[in-house]
Write a protein that binds this ligand. Structure first.
Ligand SMILES: Nc1nc2c([nH]c(=O)n2[C@H]2C[C@H](O)[C@@H](COP(=O)(O)OP(=O)(O)OP(=O)(O)O)O2)c(=O)[nH]1
Length: 127
């Protein structure tokens, strides 16, 4: 089951993390915003939709740059991480518990779901 996620990278180098709702699956953990690819969608269009739903921003699929994927034994989900440096609108928290702009060196200090950890490491290595 494909899941797509984005590292929004601001001009000052900070990266947006999204805190999941406290009461749901993986509650309270900090992740890269995104979600499941629905039937009939391709990964880019799913991520554009999720970023609009979760953050209220408009992203051009051409500004999504694939970076890395993560999966784990026994879990049907595979997460594809894209970076994005261009969007329209100021991100706000529409669906989760909170958002935060985090310096790269502080990413791993945030408690993350398991698959977001190697994605964060790949991101840190890439910038
Ligand atoms: N970000 C993240 N998601 C994970 C991990 N492990 C894992 O099973 N997942 C699952 C939880 C969700 O079912 C799915 C991510 O989708 P989501 O819950 O954020 O987005 P969504 O809005 O499309 O999903 P939903 O509310 O309809 O269930 O991936 C992980 O390590 N990180």
């Amino acid at each position: 089951m494909p899941v797509v996620a984005a590292a929004l990278i601001a001009a000052n180098g900070r990266i947006l993390l999204h805190q999941r709702k406290l009461d749901g699956a993986l509650g309270g953990l900090w992740e890269f915003p995104g979600g499941k690819v629905e039937p009939g969608e391709n990964p880019d269009s799913a991520l554009v939709r999720e970023l609009a739903e979760e953050l209220g921003v408009a992203v051009d699929p051409a500004d999504l740059v694939y970076l890395a994927s993560a999966s784990e034994p026994g879990n049907p989900h595979v997460i594809l991480l894209y970076t994005c440096r261009v969007w329209a609108g100021e991100p706000v928290c529409l669906a989760g518990e909170a958002i935060a702009w985090v310096a790269p060196q502080d990413l791993l200090a945030h408690e993350m779901p398991p698959l977001d950890v190697p994605l964060a490491q790949a991101l840190i290595s890439s910038i």
